[in-house]
Design a protein around this ligand. Structure first.
Ligand code: NAP
Ligand code: G4F
Length: 323
């Protein structure tokens, strides 16, 4: 009998890679989707025939309990969230409802509906915020700097709490930024690669940017879903930092993207717009992923320049085709 996995956030970047990954491993894949007025399944349309979508929402306890009771999944990957940091400043209460309390709701659904299911929580390096230590490990104290970071911290600790209180197999991956051609265009990497592709093709004149000095540990989302899966294959549930161990500034990402299309004078095309600055910034994130490297035997396969090249190539192709 093949294993069953339930993915919340299957329509998102990570959910789509996770669904592909689990299908390749022979899983029956179920994905939670919420009702929307326009189609959100663009990222999973190529695998639509092989997955089963079930309706529910992280703000609705009943739908989650019902879905878990019906499916009885061996593994649950909670990848759904309001995941955009600037929106969390604009919608702090909604972010708390979905990104924080949503975790309790799905954990409760498992606890009452199918407690033997293994649970993965998508924790975030945003929880380190004003970083208290460089690089960041599983033991670095947290200091979130946005309603999103605060909500993720709640989700992280409620996962620990359910593991300790109810002996559930529940664990978190503290994932550093991971990107891909499927990244939403509001996030900085994809905003850059889409903008640079458009500039190269003469479709855009300026790229308006925020803080270019912020530094992030950027990896490829396709590599990170393997680490998430490996965490649920361990003997015991534990939390892991997942990242590359390398950090780059937003400016470095910009330079690399312009270089990839053969434009040298990148400053001519970029303007700073204070509207993209945040009320509180996270200046420097860099993972110490030693525990994942040794215990999970996981390593990222994609370098920084390969990631930029992959994203640029995709955006050039899309912009050329006009999609
Ligand atoms: P994403 O592309 O923004 O996807 C978010 C997903 O959550 C979408 O499928 C979205 O559905 C779903 N969702 C939002 N609100 C929901 C609700 N109320 N009920 C049910 N589903 C809801 O995010 P991602 O980049 O794939 O990230 C996956 C997870 O990892 C998130 O929890 C994120 O916070 C976390 N994380 C991401 C990174 C990263 O660098 N990517 C790093 C650390 C942690 P719709 O399509 O309907 O909007
Ligand atoms: O791409 P970003 O919006 O990602 P951020 O805030 O680091 O959050 C992402 O990674 C987290 C993991 O650490 C996830 F948990 C979270 O869900 C999300 O996936 O911004 C990166 C940096 C920031 O410092 C921001 O100030 O880029 C800077 N930035 C500079 N100009 C910009 C821009 N960010 C955006 N989105 N747009 C700009 O124009």
């Amino acid at each position: 009998m093949s294993k069953k996995a339930l993915i919340t956030g299957i329509t998102g970047q990570d959910g789509s890679y996770m669904a592909e990954f689990l299908l390749a491993k022979g899983y029956q894949v179920y994905g939670l989707t919420r009702r929307t007025s326009t189609i959100t399944t663009e990222r999973i349309k190529h695998i639509a025939a092989n997955i089963q979508l079930v309706e529910g929402d992280l703000t609705d306890q009943h739908s989650l309990t019902h879905v878990v009771r019906e499916i009885k999944p061996d593994e649950v990957y909670n990848l759904a969230a309001q995941s955009f940091v600037p929106s969390s400043f604009k919608q702090p209460v909604l972010t708390g409802e979905v990104t924080a309390l949503g975790v309790t709701r799905i954990l409760e659904a498992i606890r009452v509906g199918y407690p033997q299911a293994k649970f993965y929580q998508a924790s975030s390096s945003e929880m380190y915020g004003k970083a208290q230590e460089v690089p960041q490990t599983e033991h670095t104290p947290f200091y979130p700097r946005s309603p999103y970071g605060v909500a993720k911290l709640y989700g992280h600790w409620i996962t620990v709490n359910y593991r300790e209180s109810y002996n559930m197999f529940a664990c978190s991956g503290i994932c550093f930024n991971h990107e891909s051609p499927r990244r939403g265009t509001e996030f900085v990497t994809r905003k850059i690669t889409q903008g640079v592709a458009r500039i190269k093709l003469g479709k855009q004149k300026k790229l308006l940017m925020g803080n270019l000095d912020a530094k992030r540990d950027w990896g490829f989302a396709g590599d990170y879903v393997e680490a998430m899966w490996l965490m649920l294959q361990q003997e015991n549930p534990e939390d892991f930092v997942i990242g590359t161990g390398e950090t780059h500034s937003v400016k470095e990402f910009l330079v690399e993207a312009f270089k990839a299309v053969g434009i040298k004078n990148w400053q001519d095309w970029v303007e700073i717009d204070k509207n993209f600055y945040r009320p509180a910034e996270v200046d420097l994130l860099i993972a110490d992923p030693k525990k994942a490297f040794t215990k999970l035997n996981w390593k990222p396969k994609t370098s920084f320049s390969q990631l930029v090249a992959m994203m640029i190539k995709n955006d050039l192709k899309k912009e050329e085709a006009g999609v």
